[in-house]
Design a protein around this ligand. Sequence first.
Ligand code: ZN
Ligand code: ZN
Length: 258
Amino acid sequence: MIGARLSSSTTELANHAVRLLLAPSCALCRDTLARPLAGPICTGCWSSVRRLTPPLCARCGDSLASWRPADPCCPRCRRRPPAFALARSGGRYEGALREIVHAFKYGGRRALAGPLCSLMRMSGHDVLVGADAVVPVPLHPWRAWTRGFNQADDLACALGAPVWRLLRRARHGPPQASLPAARRRANVRGAFAVGGPLACLSIGPSASTRARGSVLVLVDDVMTTGATLDACARALLDAGAREVRVLTAARAVRARSD
Ligand SMILES: [Zn+2]
Ligand SMILES: [Zn+2]
């Protein structure tokens, strides 16, 4: 107890010293950070993140206009059920969270993986419970090389569960963000495969052996149409996974009425 109090006052002293010496500002609103050691975003910006609140689609987690116990899924999941059993996200991909994700992904603020994962854990308890491992969505190798990291991999590692890198890009199309929603599904069909191109050289169980019979959680930064995550889930199910779920930091909310 005394130790905890001492360490918290030491942290406060260190925060005070950094604030005095460097006066770092919030990466979003530019206000001086009260607790700079807690990360590059101020508490005001974090608290303005809009969470996804019920009613949500029981399958994909999209926001529903109303809740009907007899029909708990959104129109898209009813029309075409996704390959994943359940998807949840830390918050809406708009406003502060959109800017935070951009600072993380494009601004190289990799320290944001930890607080983003706190949001993901708050919304994703049902997704993570009973799962064998989390699986990051692989990035195009060229983009991973130019960015210096795969944001999905950083998030997966920060979640604290076993990380299985089971997927690879089998085919490369144009970036999903550059395509209209209608073309995204076709663009990623068959784009992911289980196992690395040099799987025969790797030590330990192969990716498909690990996938077989397991409950896996796909991890990515943003879910937009869900086409990429659906294609990844199909590849894992084809390799024998028992169930695939999805957890992302943010999601674009599309269903306004049902
Ligand atoms: Zn701020
Ligand atoms: Zn849905």
